[in-house]
Write a protein that binds this ligand. Structure first.
Ligand SMILES: *Cc1c(COP(=O)(O)O)cnc(C)c1O
Length: 527
């Protein structure tokens, strides 16, 4: 081998050798096999080094923990490595395009992060005296103002911590409004295409869910079917829960007629606002007859989705529902915004149904969302919606000759829905197709949802993808479709081949989740 004068080889070596080594550690270069923290942390180790406190008297009235805490201890560098290694196995919007339909996985601008870390926002505590957090209260109030302005509504409950939590909040306000009017309706109408959280929310609050059929030709609500259901259950309907644009990525064009029919039946219109990203600055839900709508700040307003949290799901409310908004809320006082936290502080006409959270909601998300809004301005927000719709249609047009559109080649809103007709007779399933995308370095699209379409594949690229990024994505899917058509089933049936874990038993994971780590039983005596 030729060397330079320092003894360093001047060529790369023979990379043509084909050999898959088994490593001693189980790691594959940067792809690390990381055990659970419980498996290698030691209960007797700790990363902190405090002196033992002087003798003191417990004030827990004998309720103090008797057994050891049994949290795995690690030194700081070990803890750091553990989580960094785990994070390398995670797909993230910062790693690549994340086309998960209905989830609006858009870029989280770094400016938002910077604002959220300002000490006056990042280092405050909800139990601090109000006089020391006036700016934070004002920020919540400013965000509330813009959410109401954008949606054309009268009030907003800021505290819910996710979309589903917002649904619960909005439906509790609706329940309280019925109760205040001396009514006790038992039914909530939910269209077939609804997100699972909608019927779950209604059921959680004790309502009976009645499903509304979708029109075969486009998956939107069948207005006549809705009217029939209303007539059938006259006087017993509390609300309809509807998403617009719906989960097929299509705008419910008869939304005004739907709202009118619901209001005539003395019921309320709950709109699932998870898809608000498609219409910000274009249409105001309040003008469409919406009485309550949660806004997923972690979708539309670019705050991070976290690992299941923290989200933030403020709920805007129409004039009719405004009095029932939960505590705490901000009232305009003579000396600026006043935080109303307790029933004693209420004024005439304020009838909150209760409280959703211990404190005021997700402060960090409020800062990020407001930072996003103010840095875009009204024209920028409108353009973001337009670009989200444009990008989804760009993907649709790039794929519609090879993949199948269940409702024809009509324009979509911010997400495009394909079905599995194009995979027929290829021996490749929707699931296989999605797994092969993982090998290509993409998070799969939303699959098998909405339920109104067989083998659904819902793609939402969002506005923050560049044209080059969309082109590569479209080209990748085209390559996968051609491969399926050409009978290259191996590429799919065993996929993913390159991920840290291969196919998991997703059914067992969902049905029998193991949520708690148990120490392994002592090894059986060898036979
Ligand atoms: C994301 C989503 C929800 C739930 O929001 P979470 O913040 O995840 O609780 C509800 N409905 C639709 C249509 C969604 O996309």
């Amino acid at each position: 081998m030729s060397m330079n004068t320092q003894g360093r080889p001047t060529s790369a070596g023979d990379t043509s050798v084909s050999y898959t080594p088994k490593t001693f550690t189980g790691n594959r270069a940067l792809d690390m096999e990381e055990p659970l923290i419980f498996e290698f942390g030691h209960f007797d180790t700790t990363g902190v080094d405090f002196d033992m406190p002087d003798a003191f008297e417990m004030e827990l009235g004998g309720h103090e923990r008797k057994a050891a805490l049994e949290l795995p201890g690690l030194a700081e560098p070990e803890a750091m490595r553990h989580y960094v290694r785990l994070s390398r196995n995670n797909y993230a919007i910062d790693a690549g395009l994340y086309p998960l339909g209905s989830c609006t996985m858009k870029h989280n601008p770094r400016l938002n992060e910077k604002m959220a870390r300002l000490p006056g926002f990042g280092d405050i505590h909800p139990l601090q005296p109000l006089s020391t957090v006036k700016g934070a209260v004002e920020l919540i109030d400013t965000l509330a103002h813009w959410l109401m302005t954008m949606t054309g509504t009268t009030a907003v409950a800021m505290s819910p911590k996710a979309g589903a939590h917002g649904e619960q909040c909005g439906m509790m306000a609706i329940k309280a409004a019925h109760k205040a009017a001396g009514r006790d309706p038992k039914i909530v109408l939910v269209p077939e295409s609804a997100h699972g959280t909608n019927p779950a929310t209604a059921a959680l609050l004790g309502y009976k869910v009645v499903s509304i059929d979708a029109k075969d030709e486009d998956g939107t609500v069948d207005l006549e079917a809705l009217k029939r259901k209303i007539a059938e259950h006259e006087g017993d309907i509390a609300a309809i829960m509807l998403t617009n644009p719906n989960t097929c990525g299509l705008f419910e064009r008869e939304i005004i007629e739907i709202a009118d029919a619901i209001h005539k039946a003395n019921a309320y219109f709950y709109c699932d606002g998870a898809n608000y990203n498609a219409i910000v600055g274009k249409a105001r839900p309040g003008d469409l007859g919406v009485d309550a709508m949660h806004i997923n700040l972690h979708k539309t307003f670019s705050t991070p989705h976290g690992g299941g949290g923290p989200g933030s799901g403020p709920v805007v409310l129409s004039e009719r529902l405004a009095p029932f908004a939960p505590l705490p809320f901000i009232r305009k006082g003579e000396d600026g915004p006043v935080l109303v936290e307790t029933p004693e502080a209420l004024e005439a006409g304020e009838q909150p149904f209760g409280r959703m959270t211990a404190f005021h909601g997700q402060m960090g998300m409020y800062v990020r969302a407001l930072s996003y809004m103010l840095s875009h301005g009204s024209d920028g927000l409108r353009q973001a919606s337009e670009d989200a719709v444009l990008n989804a249609n760009y993907v649709r047009v790039g794929l519609q000759d090879l993949m199948s559109l269940p409702f024809g080649e009509r324009p979509c809103m911010h997400e495009v829905l394909f079905d599995d007709t194009f995979l027929k007779d290829t021996g490749v399933t929707t699931l296989d197709f999605a797994k092969a995308m993982i090998d290509e370095g993409y998070h799969p699209m939303t699959m098998y949802f909405p339920l109104v379409v067989h083998g659904a594949m819902l793609i939402e690229p969002t506005e923050s993808e560049s044209r080059a990024s969309l082109d590569l994505f479209v080209a990748t899917l085209r390559d996968l479709v051609m491969s399926a058509r050409n009978g290259e089933t191996d590429r799919f049936s065993g996929a993913p081949y390159f991920s840290p874990r291969r196919r998991l038993d997703e059914t067992s994971a969902a049905r029998k989740p193991v949520l708690k780590w148990e120490a392994p039983a002592p090894a059986e005596a060898a036979e």
